[in-house]
Write a protein that binds this ligand. Sequence first.
Ligand SMILES: [Zn+2]
Length: 148
Amino acid sequence: MPSQGSDSRGLEAHQGETLELAAADVTALVAYARACLPEEACGLLAGIDGVVARTHLLTNVERSPSTYTIDPREHFEALRQAEREGIELLGCWHSHTHTEAYPSPTDVAQALYPEWVYVVVSLRDPEPAVRGYRIVAGKVCAVTLVIG
Ligand SMILES: [Zn+2]
């Protein structure tokens, strides 16, 4: 079992778990998130064995600066594409326009997939922050993003 971390939030380290993303993909996420301002941007991450092979930049049907819902048709298409390519959906990502790269209470409440990594791209500061989390039964655990 993961042990309680010393972080003031009570973040638990998820036992060395990592998600690998290509630097070019992270750059694309940030660029898309900026292009979607003032609304939150969102999408999906597909790959295998903790390595993202394909990043999907999708539509936030809520058109909101503070919440997101991935277009269900695009979600379905991404899932079908992953199945065709023999990979799987490893997680999703979305942007925070004015808050830190940490899941909001709404994000936690709406996190339906315990097996997913939830990546948050924060545009709050001039230098964007990109962080990953696993959200299981309302508990948030950090996942180390390996960007290379
Ligand atoms: Zn959020």
